[in-house]
Write a protein that binds this ligand. Structure first.
Ligand SMILES: NC(=O)c1ccc[n+]([C@@H]2O[C@H](COP(=O)([O-])OP(=O)(O)OC[C@H]3O[C@@H](n4cnc5c(N)ncnc54)[C@H](O)[C@@H]3O)[C@@H](O)[C@H]2O)c1
Length: 257
């Protein structure tokens, strides 16, 4: 899989899956448009890349920010070939009645509306280029295993991620004839800051929490960042030209049983 000359937009690029994606896509020849609300982190990631890369800091809950990112891809590199809508937050583990409504709203705003606004900005320019030049494009939304099955104590996060799966399937259906494939990657717990913060916030010991998280996973471990990034590359690759509306589970078998 190569991405030579392709323009790839990644949100949430300052850490976790996003910063590794920036590195791997860039090493595979892509020109990167990087997005995150952490401006300092974004600058560090961008500077570390050897290939062409531009960055714009902002919050994915702002619809105008997504239009600015798409404009940046077009003005700097002439087009947008791939978008990975990855920025996200998780909630603390809590029962539904204990979850603060303002925090729940923020999870919906970032994890669900952030992807919706991204699709609103990305789909028309990708479809229009396909109509003009016949060049197809791909969008990969990062959902979660919590977007496919119920997740006790993570209800609002699960609701947002189920929403991302719904957006993915619906967008795939709307844009099947317009040259844009839209797929979702659904990791279970993987080794990023999100997981570390989550383990640290738990009232139980880190070991006890991690063992509870992996108890129902047939492979009995958390995922590694590169294991998730490989699935994202596959979903984004132009060679993978007939897969759309799909949810790729990268979860050690969690959702298979
Ligand atoms: N790590 C896991 O265990 C796991 C499992 C399943 C799904 N996911 C999903 O993968 C995606 C990436 O998660 P990660 O583990 O790399 O997390 P992370 O916390 O390491 O990185 C997320 C990045 O998103 C950015 N971000 C957060 N809110 C933002 C906002 N409103 N606007 C712009 N940027 C924002 C953060 O600054 C951060 O750089 C998320 O959508 C997450 O829900 C993660």
């Amino acid at each position: 899989m190569r991405f030579d000359g392709k323009t790839v937009l990644v949100t949430g690029a300052a850490g976790g899956f996003g910063s590794r994606m920036a590195e791997v896509f860039s090493n595979l020849g892509a020109r990167m448009v990087l997005s995150d609300m952490d401006g300092d982190g974004l600058r560090d990631v961008t500077r570390a890349l050897s290939g062409d890369a531009v960055a714009l800091a902002g919050d994915v809950t702002d619809p105008a920010y997504h239009h600015d990112l798409v404009d940046l891809a077009q003005t700097e590199f002439g087009a947008l070939d791939v978008a990975v809508n990855n920025a996200g937050i998780v909630q603390p583990m809590q029962r539904i009645p204990d979850t603060d409504p303002a925090l729940a709203q923020r999870v919906i705003d970032v994890d669900l509306m952030g992807v919706f606004y991204a699709l609103q900005a990305q789909l028309p320019v990708m479809a229009s280029r396909f109509e003009d030049e016949g060049t197809p494009a791909a969008i990969v939304n990062i959902a979660s295993a919590a977007g496919l099955i119920g997740s006790p104590f993570l209800a609002i996060y699960a609701a947002a991620k189920h929403g991302v799966v719904g957006l993915t399937r619906s967008a795939a259906a709307e844009y099947g004839l317009k040259g844009v494939r839209v797929n979702a990657v659904c990791p279970s717990f993987a080794n990023t800051t999100m997981l570390t913060d989550y383990l640290e916030a738990s009232p139980k010991s880190r070991e006890a929490t991690q063992s509870a998280l992996t108890r129902n996973i047939p492979m009995a471990r958390v995922g590694q960042v590169d294991e998730v990034v490989q699935a994202i590359l596959f979903a984004a690759s132009a060679q993978n030209s007939f897969m759309t509306g799909e949810t790729l589970s990268v979860d050690g078998g969690l959702t298979a049983v």
